[in-house]
Design a protein around this ligand. Structure first.
Ligand SMILES: [Zn+2]
Ligand SMILES: [Zn+2]
Length: 264
């Protein structure tokens, strides 16, 4: 952090900087000297001030996934093949073939929180690279024509300034070398937070909340729909439904983490 700021200072033609800014920089440097940045998970001092977790925590957090198969968001059954209805719990709505890297845990949730609310895009990049390591040679990737993130309502995105699903989708597009379209679907309603809704209400909450803005962009395409976390799959199911209705050939969903609906 120190060296970064020093580089900026030397490169900006110093001499015209107000004294107050100079004093503030000195104060910040002194603060960093007294309180070096620490790993948000284990608390050790960080050598690289640009990161927020240490190398050990990163290795532990981004370990190899327990399963790389598509799964049912309700009962967590994994399938080597995809079936329209889950063979174990059956009859539920499904977003289609659904993949997630990790089962959520406290550390992952906290890391994701920083990606979402503290604007740390490098966290998304960690997950995108991991996804490439896991699925880079998977057959389903060869089917994908286009990546689309789950959209955020315009008002919410303006106030937060950041849609983590969109950032992640663009990062995935970069590492998988696939096109991305972040405006193909629009969120029409600023839906209530799903956090405190039971699984059935979640489906009602997102019903009719999305619209395909560009039918030409999705028609006859196999789409990889991207979100950060999946629980019941209600949001992904609704987005998949409108994409298919607009002529998408297929929709496959990907989330970084999955949380079992029973653990809500
Ligand atoms: Zn750590
Ligand atoms: Zn199931």
């Amino acid at each position: 952090m120190l060296s970064l700021r020093r580089n900026r200072e030397t490169g900006s033609g110093s001499g015209t900087r107000p004294l107050s800014e100079l004093l503030q920089n000195i104060a910040e440097d002194f603060y960093c000297f007294l309180f070096p940045p620490k790993c948000i998970l284990c608390g050790v001092d960080l050598e690289d001030g640009g990161r927020i977790i240490c190398n050990d925590c990163q290795r532990r957090l981004l370990k190899e996934p327990e399963s790389t198969l598509p799964f049912c968001p309700y009962c967590r059954s994994s399938y080597p093949d995809y079936y329209e209805k889950c063979r174990r719990c059956g009859g539920r709505k499904s977003p289609g073939k659904l993949y997630a890297l990790y089962e959520v845990n406290d550390s992952l949730r906290y890391y994701l929180h920083h990606f979402k609310y503290h604007r740390r895009p490098e966290i998304g990049m960690d997950f995108a690279r991991k996804a490439y390591g896991v699925y880079g040679n998977a057959d389903f990737i060869n089917e994908i024509d286009l990546i689309i993130p789950v959209p955020m309502h315009k008002r919410k995105q303006l106030s937060r300034g950041y849609n983590q699903a969109e950032v992640l989708a663009k990062q995935l597009a970069g590492v998988f070398k696939l096109p991305v379209n972040a405006s193909a679907i629009k969120r029409l309603r600023n839906t209530k937070s799903q956090t405190y809704l039971d699984p059935e209400k979640r489906f009602g909450n997102v019903k009719g909340a999305f619209r395909v803005e560009s039918v030409d962009a999705v028609k006859n395409k196999t789409i990889l729909l991207v979100d950060d976390i999946v629980t019941t799959g209600a949001t992904l199911t609704e987005c998949s439904r409108v994409l298919r209705k607009s002529g998408a050939k297929g929709v496959i969903s990907f989330a970084v983490m999955r949380q079992h609906a029973r653990n809500l």
